[in-house]
Design a protein around this ligand. Structure first.
Ligand SMILES: [Zn+2]
Length: 92
């Protein structure tokens, strides 16, 4: 996959780098937006191994976290999405 033409990074309001979101797109392409999230970092190898084993045998264990955007970043995300839709319709 080639590099996206548009990319924005959004840091969580709490300041935890693990909550960072990367939003990317290829303007004019119908594939959609790509949302990249950081994978949660466990404290140790054994905790990561345990989570993997638990997931393999139970199918459970998916974890969700959240990213809180400040109003300015929410507006920036809105602008990014609006620009993407404009690129789909051929507008610039
Ligand atoms: Zn956060």
């Amino acid at each position: 996959m080639s590099e996206p033409e548009c990319r924005e990074m959004f840091l969580c309001r709490c300041g935890h780098m693990g909550h960072t979101i990367k939003v990317s797109c290829f303007p004019g392409e119908q594939d959609g937006l790509y949302l990249g999230v950081c994978v949660y970092q466990y404290q140790s190898f054994w905790q990561r191994l345990w989570a993997g084993v638990k997931y393999i045998f139970t199918g459970h264990g998916a974890e969700f976290d959240e990213t809180i955007l400040c109003p300015n970043d929410a507006k920036r995300l809105q602008q990014f999405i609006n620009d993407y839709f404009r690129s789909l319709s051929g507008e610039r």
